[in-house]
Write a protein that binds this ligand. Structure first.
Ligand code: DX5
Ligand code: ZN
Length: 225
C-alpha cells in the first residue's frame, strides 16, 4: 500500500441527476474528499453534460472542494463562470488549449487551484514547461466522454512514470487519475503513485448505493472509517 494519503473524488456523471444534491451529500458523509464535476460540450468530447449553474447549486450541498473537469473547447471563455459558481479546482485539457501557459495563469488569477489533464494518447512531456505552475495533473485512464468505460491497462505505466517525474522535480502537484476505477483497480492505481482517484460508475452506479460503495473503495485502499 502506498504511504501517501489517498483522496477519493466521486464523479457525479453517473449520479441520479434528479436528486443530485442528496447524492452529493451522501458521498460527502461517507468520506469523499472532492466532488468531481465533469463538464462536456459535445465538441471536445462526444457528449454534453452540465455547466456552471449546476456547480453553483451543488455548493449548498457540500463543503468539499468542487473539482471541475472541463472537457470543452475554448476553455478560456468559460473559466471565470466556473470560478464564480464556486469551483475550487479547475482542470483543463492540454489538448484543448492553444495557449496552455496563458490559460493556466488565467485560472490561477481567478484564485482557484489549477489542474491540467492528459488524454491517454498525450505524452507526459507536454506538461514540462507548465508543471511548476500546477496544483494538479489529471491522467485520463479512459478516452474522455462517458462514464462506465473500462480502465486502459497501459495507463498504469504512465501513472508510475508521471509519479517519478513529479518526485524527481519535487513538484507539489497532486496526481489525479480518472476513468474506469473500481474498488479492485483502486489499490493498484494508488500503488502506481496516484493521490486522487476519481470514480463515477463504481460509486453512483453501484447497486449498494453511493455511500456504501464509497466506503468499500475506502476500505480497499486501507483508509480508515
Ligand atoms: C470521463 C470523465 C470521468 C468519468 C469517470 O470522461 O472524465 O470523470 O465520469 O467515470 P467512471 O469512473 O465511470 O469511468
Ligand atoms: Zn472527469
Amino acid at each position: 500500500m502506498a504511504s501517501r494519503r489517498i483522496k477519493l473524488a466521486p464523479s457525479i456523471l453517473s449520479a441520479d441527476f434528479s436528486r443530485l444534491g442528496e447524492q452529493v451529500a451522501e458521498v460527502t458523509k461517507a468520506g469523499a474528499d472532492y466532488i468531481h464535476v465533469d463538464v462536456m460540450d459535445g465538441h471536445f468530447v462526444p457528449n454534453i453534460t452540465i455547466g456552471a449553474p449546476v456547480v453553483a447549486s451543488l455548493r449548498s450541498w457540500t463543503d468539499l472542494p468542487l473539482d471541475v473537469h472541463l472537457m470543452i473547447e475554448q476553455p478560456e471563455a468559460h473559466i471565470s463562470q466556473f470560478a464564480e459558481a464556486g469551483a475550487d479546482i479547475i482542470t483543463v485539457h492540454v489538448e484543448a488549449a492553444t495557449h496552455l501557459h496563458r490559460l493556466v495563469e488565467a485560472i490561477k488569477d481567478l484564485g482557484v487551484r489549477v489542474g491540467v489533464s492528459l488524454n491517454p494518447a498525450t505524452p507526459i512531456s507536454s506538461l514540462d514547461e507548465v508543471l511548476p505552475l500546477l496544483d494538479l495533473v489529471l491522467v485520463m485512464t479512459v478516452n474522455p466522454g462517458f462514464g462506465g468505460q473500462a480502465f486502459i491497462g497501459s495507463m498504469m505505466g504512465k501513472i508510475a512514470r508521471l509519479r517519478k517525474v513529479l518526485d524527481d522535480r519535487q513538484a507539489r502537484v497532486e496526481l489525479e487519475v480518472d476513468g474506469g476505477i473500481t474498488a479492485s483497480i483502486a489499490p493498484k492505481v494508488a500503488e502506481a503513485g496516484a493521490e486522487v482517484l476519481v470514480a463515477g460508475a463504481a460509486i453512483f452506479g453501484s447497486k449498494q448505493g453511493a455511500g456504501k460503495a464509497l466506503q468499500e473503495m475506502r476500505k480497499s485502499l486501507g483508509l480508515s472509517g
